[in-house]
Design a protein around this ligand. Structure first.
Ligand SMILES: Nc1nc2c(ncn2[C@@H]2O[C@H](COP(=O)(O)OP(=O)(O)O)[C@@H](O)[C@H]2O)c(=O)[nH]1
Ligand SMILES: [Mg+2]
Length: 403
């Protein structure tokens, strides 16, 4: 991932490294299990690459921002790959931003796109296109011959194409609550797509897999999610199997998909904790659970696409471990065995780990959706995971103070 940091738009890749490491505490646990789990999860889930093709101004960047929550278009340029093609990426997402056919170009549309796809194909495996959003303004009458030629080229290359009609001015339907009605012109475009014909009224075949009507903004310029749920559902459906998880992680609209990924991680950590405490361990040795829990937390942070590493100051995660294994453990239902003292047995270890995982998952969700204002976390949020939340808040404050 560092090899590509030069193409990372808008992020300061060196900020984390630049922070001097505080002297390492002589403690049994540190943040490494968290960081190791994060990078392991990142490489396991990989990156989802989407090609977004369409004329300038059709709303490609707005769609990407709405679905993936990356404000790349505003932040700056991607990696200019070839004329009309830019590549933006971070760990979980790559976007091939491809300008539509240039009118007046001496090269035919299909040839132009073929040349661009060839350049893309020369890039490494972790940049190869999984799905294409072919974007057209919904108030156009029909597809142009250039659009059709380009979609045929994509299909010939085996790329699944979603035809995305953008900027649909979907009005609230006054008769059916919750329903939206689309302008007459858009409906005519959709009708034409169902039975497309050329200029001579001959039936033609256009090889797209789905048509989806979308809007990133309403007519007042406010954010609109029209059609975006369907867009992510169909994008997932058309993704190659081994890139589905990367897409679930990269997108920001569907939270249940992230929970589906996080739950098995929690279950796995709970069993590992139970195994580690198969022979009940004295409280003082409960630190053996910290790496398991921190590893679980690192994986979950990856699923929510949170750069906790850059959110949290160095050493803070180690403190988190202390909190987890100490305060949280101490406040849980720990067995007292006469003659032995307080011990953590398998059941307690598993339950505690599962509770920590659920709490951390919900916390990540809140941060991910922007609902949790880290600067204003109040005590009611102690419900998540008592104990480490204070640490988390402190770390967030440090991060805010630094930036
Ligand atoms: N009304 C309306 N405007 C939109 C919508 N999506 C994008 N825009 C506006 O259209 C312009 C071009 O959008 P942009 O995403 O930059 O297009 P791109 O050149 O294809 O990347 C911007 O001013 C957007 O605010 C939409 O769904 N509805
Ligand atoms: Mg753009």
């Amino acid at each position: 991932m560092t090899s590509e940091s030069e193409s990372k738009p808008g992020t300061d890749a060196t900020a984390a490294e630049a922070t001097p490491e505080p002297p390492r505490q002589q403690h049994e646990f540190d943040e490494r299990p968290f960081l190791d789990a994060t990078s392991e999860a990142k490489s396991r889930y990989g990156r989802f690459n989407l090609a977004v093709i369409g004329g300038s101004g059709v709303g490609k960047s707005s769609l990407v921002n709405a679905v993936f929550g990356r404000d790349w278009a505003k932040v700056g340029k991607g990696l200019p790959v070839t004329r009309g093609v830019q590549y933006y990426n971070d760990d979980s997402l790559g976007i091939w931003d491809v300008e539509g056919f240039e009118i007046g170009s001496p090269v035919a549309p299909r040839e132009q796109l073929r040349a661009n796809l060839k350049v893309i194909a020369e890039h490494p495996a972790d940049r190869q296109i999984a799905v294409v959003w072919y974007c057209v303004k919904s108030n156009d009458d029909r597809l142009t011959p250039a659009d059709i030629e380009m979609m045929r080229e994509l299909d010939a290359e085996g790329l699944p194409v979603i035809l995305v009609l953008t900027k649909v001015d979907a009005a609230k339907n006054v008769i059916i609550p919750g329903k939206r009605s689309i302008p007459k012109g858009v409906q005519e475009f959709v009708d034409w797509l169902e039975n497309p014909v050329d200029e001579n009224n001959e039936s033609i075949d256009i090889p797209y897999k789905r048509v989806i009507l979308t809007a990133a903004r309403d007519k007042h310029g406010k954010a609109s999610g029209y059609g975006l749920g369907e867009l992510v559902t169909e994008t997932l459906a058309l993704s190659p199997e081994d890139e589905k998880d990367a897409f679930r992680i990269a997108q920001r609209l569907n939270l249940p998909w992230k929970r589906e990924l996080a739950r098995p991680v929690i279950a796995g950590a709970a069993s590992a904790a139970a195994a580690a405490a198969a022979v009940p361990v004295p409280i003082a040795d409960a630190a053996i659970l910290a790496p398991i829990q921190l590893g679980m937390m690192g994986r979950i942070a990856t699923i929510y696409d949170l750069e906790i590493k850059t959110m949290l100051s160095a050493g803070a995660l180690a403190q988190l471990g202390v909190q987890l294994a100490g305060k949280a453990l101490a406040s849980s239902a720990i067995k007292v065995i006469p003659g032995v003292g307080s011990v953590v047995n398998a059941g307690v270890a598993a339950a505690l780990t599962a509770a920590t995982g659920e709490g951390w998952m919900r916390l990540c969700e809140q941060v991910h959706t922007g609902k949790l204002d880290l600067a204003k976390v109040n005590d009611s949020l102690g419900d998540y995971v008592p104990g480490f939340l204070d640490v988390f808040r402190k770390m967030a404050e440090q991060k805010i103070a630094k930036s």
